[in-house]
Design a protein around this ligand. Structure first.
Ligand SMILES: *Cc1c(COP(=O)(O)O)cnc(C)c1O
Length: 374
């Protein structure tokens, strides 16, 4: 008998999504635009507490438009954390700009403020800085925004993984000049695929919506003065998002519970550590991760294999971008020359199943399988 698959993080639907989709069908608002799109923008902006939002086809599209709107052009330097998903950096390449990768710090695994300072010494005028809140843990936003402000460089927050996480009581994604969220399939809420660009500056979100709908000028005939994109979210997709947003708090509570269960279960295993949270913030705990202490004979690969044998999905930590063949020619700035924190986390870490539909029995099996190796 084949075992049931235990997932890393899969979509969790509730039924309300269908109500909004049905409304879209009933009113024939199946095309892009429509009441769900505008409503999702307003509802999400209200949830995170920001002035304006633009609903887009993906988080990646949102990062791309953020770079466009901030005027990033060919040859411009953009600072990007190394320890992140490649989607953070791909839009930098679309614009033929030059990513400079910044190392992580151990406290949160996110962009190291000290390494960011060093990057500014070497490259004094980057066009933008992109910060990421990895696995839902907020970055050191005070330090990062202070450095960006001191150098008059705009911050883009890639909050694709951290919707609902806060730092000093304020939502991640709302600290930068522009913030972005993702509603991809395995994120904390999903629209099957989609994203959102947010800003306190309504001109920025207006520009995003304009560029996302082929940059059509205000003329009856189809006139275009700029190159546009087809990046708008559809009214059907937005309907799923509205239904999901109603359950975001519940998803976060369940993700936190998963983290606490792992934390409690591994408390007596000295060689296992949970991924860090940020004491100044409140993480959504999108994915629970562990690192194995240096010198431990059990490797993340061995844990991955043991879980896989039980049909349990786990995932390596994002491979740092400075180690990726596609970004091999890019510079990488560390806080301290002897050691890359991002590489260390990658080699010693693993993302554990964090699906909110996993049962008590599933959690017990995952924990038993991992502890059995120690
Ligand atoms: C998922 C993700 C993205 C991309 O979002 P999409 O909606 O899949 O395009 C960008 N950055 C990070 C850190 C992500 O995890």
């Amino acid at each position: 008998m084949s075992k049931k698959r235990i997932f890393l993080s899969s979509p969790t639907m509730h039924g309300e999504e269908q109500k909004y989709i049905k409304e879209a069908f009933d009113t024939n608002w199946v095309a892009p635009l429509g009441p769900n799109v505008n409503a999702l923008e307003e509802e999400l902006a209200a949830y995170v507490g920001i002035g304006h939002a633009s609903a887009l086809s993906a988080g990646t599209a949102a990062i791309h438009l953020a770079l466009r709107i901030l005027g990033v052009k060919e040859g411009d330097v953009v600072f990007v954390p190394s320890l992140t998903f490649s989607a953070t950096c791909n839009p930098v390449m679309y614009e033929k700009a030059v990513p400079v990768f910044i190392d992580s710090e151990e406290d949160t695994w996110n962009m190291s403020p000290a390494a960011l300072e060093k990057a500014f010494e070497k490259y004094p005028s980057p066009k933008a800085v992109i910060a990421v809140h990895l696995y839902g843990t907020p970055a050191k936003l005070d330090e990062i925004t202070d450095i960006c402000n001191a150098h008059h460089v705009p911050l883009i927050e890639d909050a694709a993984e951290s919707l609902g996480s806060t730092y000093k009581g304020k939502h991640t994604g709302t600290f930068g000049k522009v913030g972005i969220y993702s509603f991809n399939g395995n994120k904390i809420i999903t629209t099957s695929g989609g994203g959102m660009l947010v800003s306190e500056d309504g001109e920025i979100t207006k520009q995003a919506t304009f560029l996302a709908t082929q940059a059509r000028d205000a003329a009856r005939h189809y006139q275009h003065s700029q190159v546009g994109f087809n990046y708008r979210m559809s009214n059907i997709t937005a309907g799923i998002g509205r239904g999901q947003l109603l359950h975001l708090d519940e998803h976060i509570a369940l993700k936190k519970k998963i983290y606490r269960e792992y934390e409690a279960a591994f408390r007596d295993v000295r060689q296992i550590r949970m991924n860090p949270l940020n004491a100044e913030g409140d993480a959504n705990n999108w994915l629970s991760c562990i690192t194995i202490e240096p010198g431990c004979p059990v490797t993340p690969d061995m844990i991955f294999e043991a879980l896989d044998k039980e049909n349990i999905e786990s995932r390596p930590i994002w491979k740092p971008l400075h180690l990726q063949p596609v970004f091999a020619s890019c510079d990488f700035i560390k806080e301290n020359e002897e050691k890359s924190v991002a590489e260390d986390i990658f080699y010693r870490g693993l993302c554990l199943p964090s699906d909110i539909k996993n049962t008590k029995e599933d959690m017990d099996l995952i924990i038993k399988t991992i502890k059995g190796l120690f």
